[in-house]
Design a protein around this ligand. Sequence first.
Ligand code: NDP
Length: 251
Amino acid sequence: MSYETYKTLIYIWMGVAVAVFLLLFKVTAPYGRHSSKKWGPQVSNRLGWVIMEAPGMILLLFYVLTHIANQNAMTWVLVGLYIFHYINRTFIFPFRTRTKTKKMPLVVMLMAIVFNLANGFFLGYYFAHFADYSISDFVGVQFISGLILFVLGMYINWDYDNRLIHLRKPGETGYKIPHGGLFKYISCPNLMGEVIEWTGYALMSWSLPALSFFVWTIANLVPRARSHHKWYRKNFENYPLKRKALIPFVI
Ligand code: NDP
């Protein structure tokens, strides 16, 4: 595929993200606390996470490993960080959650597979055919500031996923109001961490597929944070009034 065709496809994919962003303000993605039987057949929540998150990582690895000669230190760092994130999301996060008996709609799992395959394809194909990094990029402002943001975002995401998971004692299934740290300001620090993480990745990589991944992260997580926040307000009378959804003091 030529770079022109690749660029056209990725712009179309980003256009789909904008449509999904708008749609998700009308229709809440039905998994986690928003899961519902109305969406047809269901699968185990944990299995769903593993099956939907793995394909993108595998596809990216396929492209990179079948084009090893085209890789350099920079692409290996970018591939490594992506895989590091997805190993947690696919194989660690689902087994740490206290959601053993919960289910998610099959349709959510299938849509997430499409999302992850497309992202894995665009990044993997880029690293395999078009990336043109040099070693001097490692000392560029973009790379260094991006790396700092990526690590900070990942730390916040893992830490606050963890704090939320541990609100339930083993065997419990309900929800509680989270307190402390960034919860003083926002309902979803874990989602904010993920947005910071992929902002950093887009800066480090300075490429169209990483920009596209960032756009999709915004498209998924801004409406999701809003839905979580509204859900807390509806379900807890004493929910802190000053708390925002995703960005302290803003939204
Ligand atoms: P949530 O914050 O809703 O849930 C995280 C975990 O904590 C779940 O196991 C959840 O249980 C539990 N939990 C959350 N809140 C409470 C509470 N108040 N009381 C008790 N337990 C609670 O995260 P999401 O499901 O929205 O997302 C999970 C992860 O996936 C996040 O790290 C997010 O950043 C990432 N993600 C990334 C996307 C992207 O496009 N890059 C898209 C979507 C998610 P339960 O499942 O039962 O609600």
